[in-house]
Design a protein around this ligand. Sequence first.
Ligand SMILES: CCNc1ncnc2c1ncn2[C@@H]1O[C@H](/C=C/CNC(=O)c2cc(-c3ccc(F)cc3)cc(O)c2O)[C@@H](O)[C@H]1O
Ligand SMILES: [Mg+2]
Length: 214
Amino acid sequence: TRSTRPQRMLKAVQKNATKGNPQSVISAIDYFCKNSEWAMNVGDEKGSILDSVVTEVNPSTVLELGTYCGYSTVRIARLLSPGTKLITLEFNPAYAAVARQIIAYAGLQDKVTLVEGSSGEWIPQIKERFGITTFDFIFLDHWKDQYLPDIKLFEECGLLRKGSVLLADNVICPGAPDYLEYVRNSPRYESRYYPAHLEYTKLEDGLEKSVFLG
Ligand SMILES: CCNc1ncnc2c1ncn2[C@@H]1O[C@H](/C=C/CNC(=O)c2cc(-c3ccc(F)cc3)cc(O)c2O)[C@@H](O)[C@H]1O
Ligand SMILES: [Mg+2]
């Protein structure tokens, strides 16, 4: 049967990247998406903004919602200080399987815990299952209509502390209007929009960074 786009992306990484070199994996995926097949990775332009926020926060505890093929997982994990691990949630087993291989090809498997399951099911279990009290940094890039329910779940589960940083992809395209309205109007968040473009296109998109104020 015909391969899937994530499988073709993995092949491109194995063909064009250098094992153990995260930057070459990132570049190979961006090249594949610009020259062969568009895919919904955060991409190089928004990815650079993601890099700068991760570097600024220098988090000890990190959560990503929506691994997909692991592109942003690799971008984040390559910047974490030694001994720091990130948890990434992905509920599609086929995507998770590709992501594990891409993360391993980058040599970052020891810095990543990929959990196969849905955010709604897993967020309430994180404290007990992973011994985490609060997250320093959260990257939201899963289904856009799930951003708002999940940020409320973070609050309910006590997973945010004063200064926790949430960074959301696609707040313009495809858009997460209810999430934007919430973080921009809630007195409990200080929000800022980073304008950019939809990955590999000239369409407008951007990232919203929201700091929890406690
Ligand atoms: C049920 C909610 N909980 C979830 N828990 C765990 N994993 C989840 C969850 N939702 C979705 N996922 C996974 O996250 C990923 C979903 C991402 C959704 N992203 C988008 O739709 C998206 C879409 C576009 C886009 C933009 C313009 C277009 F014309 C077409 C597509 C661009 C992006 O950057 C995107 O992130 C998948 O791997 C999915 O299996
Ligand atoms: Mg996205």
